[in-house]
Design a protein around this ligand. Structure first.
Ligand code: KG4
Ligand code: ZN
Length: 359
């Protein structure tokens, strides 16, 4: 089944064509085309995403991205109805003005070529980003049960996956998401947007310069010892804000202390995420630990999981390009929903900015 997918939930205008076969246990995917037009530069000026500006950019970008996707997929516009079996589009969660742009485009397209449409869950998309290989084909050999850590700009969640038809939320952040925490701390340090990318770059260089670095600032590891599987990251952001204010007062806020703050921020965030995920995997006797979402691109998070798992579980992470928002993952999630018998109608399909995994 050849799927054309559209993703505009936040600040990336993305489209992909992907071939999906089999049920989820034996899923095979082939990435045919994958195009992402990022708005990072535009939002960097404000240090965060401005929803109406993002929507305007999607409006500008959708047709060029569509043309580029068809070109890469070697599909002529007149053959679209023959070549594409299903249209999938992110219906939530995300920023309403951004979601509306993609949804409107997808509905018009599906209606015109007379194909079925599925409004897809962005969070499912992140989980299934693990089912796409950036440079070719994928065959599902992932062992169940899986514990999946989903870490993005808007979400930090732990899922238990007993079968591919049964994905249950076990815990999530009570306040800020881990990506949001990276972004807010980068803003405090005036490093740029998206913050996670800058903090991880600075941390990596600092770690290389000081391989035996010991933590100095005693930043909190929120909820690390709580009995449940929830997270909390707003206190960490506040701790960094106070630390920065103190260092400024003491005239010690400089390149060196910024480097230390970056490294220590990355250390405590990755410590909490790996600790709680592995604890849940042990409790559930999972076979595989999987990560997904923008923060899963973080190299320290990946290496920490590999160090700590110590062959007790399989470790699965998406290709780094598939960690952050893309439409290939939306196609895979749409296929999942198609296999569950879901189908939407162009006339009724609406965005749902607060969509969760179970609705
Ligand atoms: O999944 P995503 O692209 O969009 C959402 O659905 O939110 O995630 C974006 C988040 C941002 O907060 C960004 O700072 C973070 O992912 N991120 C990273 C890295 N790359 C992106 N965080 C830490 N390390 C990275 N290398
Ligand atoms: Zn996302």
């Amino acid at each position: 089944m050849k799927i054309l997918a559209i993703e505009t939930s936040c600040d990336d205008t993305a489209m992909a064509v992907i071939d999906c076969q089999g049920d989820f246990q034996n899923l095979k995917t082939k990435l045919v085309a994958n195009v992402i037009s990022s708005q990072t530069k535009l939002h960097a000026k404000a240090g965060g995403i401005i929803p109406n500006l993002a929507a305007r950019e999607h409006e500008k970008n959708l047709i060029p991205v569509f043309k580029e996707t068809l070109k890469l997929a070697k599909i002529k516009i007149k053959d679209l109805a023959k070549e594409i079996d299903l249209v999938c589009v992110t219906k939530g969660p995300g920023l309403q003005p951004s979601l509306l742009m993609g949804l409107n485009f997808a509905k018009t397209l599906a209606y015109t070529i007379d194909k079925s449409i599925i409004g897809t869950n962005h969070l499912l998309g992140h989980i299934f980003s693990n089912f796409i290989k950036n440079d070719g084909t994928f065959e599902n050999k992932i062992k169940l049960p899986v514990v999946c850590l989903l870490v993005s700009g808007g979400h930090t969640q732990l899922y238990k996956i007993e079968t591919w038809n049964d994905i249950k939320l076990v815990g999530e952040t009570l306040d800020d998401a881990s990506g949001e925490c990276f972004d807010k701390i980068a803003k405090i340090l005036k490093l740029g947007y998206p913050g996670g990318v800058f903090i991880s770059k600075v941390s990596e260089q600092t770690r290389l310069k000081n391989p035996n670095y010991t933590l100095e600032f005693n930043l909190p590891k929120p909820l690390i010892n709580s009995k449940d599987y929830n997270f909390s990251f707003s206190g960490l952001k506040t701790a960094v804000l106070y630390l920065t204010q103190r260092l400024k007062k003491e005239k010690k806020f400089n390149k060196k202390t910024i480097e230390k703050i970056c490294l220590e921020t990355e250390e405590v965030i990755t410590e909490v995420l790996t600790f709680k995920t592995i604890k849940l995997a042990k409790e559930l006797k999972a076979k595989t630990i999987m990560i997904a979402g923008g923060v899963s691109a973080n190299k320290r998070l990946r290496s920490k999981f590999i160090e700590k798992i110590n062959d007790e579980f399989d470790f699965v992470c998406p290709d780094r390009l598939m960690s952050t928002d893309n439409a290939a993952m939306i196609a895979t999630a749409g296929y999942y929903e198609y296999l569950q018998g879901k189908q939407d109608n162009c006339l009724d399909l609406e965005v749902n900015p607060n969509l969760t995994i179970n609705n």
